[in-house]
Design a protein around this ligand. Sequence first.
Ligand code: GDP
Length: 181
Amino acid sequence: MGGYDEECDYLFKCVLIGDSGVGKSNLLSRIAKDEFHLDSKPTIGVEFAYRNIKIKDKLIKAQIWDTAGQERFRAITSSYYRGALGAMLVYDITRRTTFVNVRKWLHELRESENEDMLVIIVGNKSDLGQSREVEKEEGEVFAKTKGLCFMETSAMQNLNVEEAFLQMITNIHNIISQKTL
Ligand code: GDP
């Protein structure tokens, strides 16, 4: 749920999911600290980061969870999804299998407690156009058929990362505002 906390109007829990190596931890670094790491850093132990953002006159604290490498062992537990209002479901545009597996991740999300979570599909590594295996239109069409938002990003070049994050938070905020009207 969108809980309250002392310094902000809303606390939104969001999760990053998708296959290993698609760029989740680097997207999180961009969102939270505007950093990019060239090596796949071991994320074991790092579970979430915060990012504050103002929408209209409300201060929102986004608590964004990273899988911390657990997806490698298919060991994501229900506590990872618990209470999450939004999810960034990430694939790598240069690896088709990661796009094929988006369906699997969506299924897992829908099985979790909060089935009406706001989901944005993110095709990451858009800077690697020469190695592209998934066309942008394929991502767009897939997201549209599922009624979800879609964006291509590059964590490396910091392209569209802020936009994707903003879209997710704004949409969650809209849903919450409608519910509390
Ligand atoms: P995770 O396992 O999903 O958390 O993926 P990481 O964030 O650890 O990234 C996996 C690898 O992909 C690392 O070597 C990153 O440097 C690289 N990477 C992540 N995002 C991008 C991107 O947007 N463009 C390119 N070219 N490489 C990226």
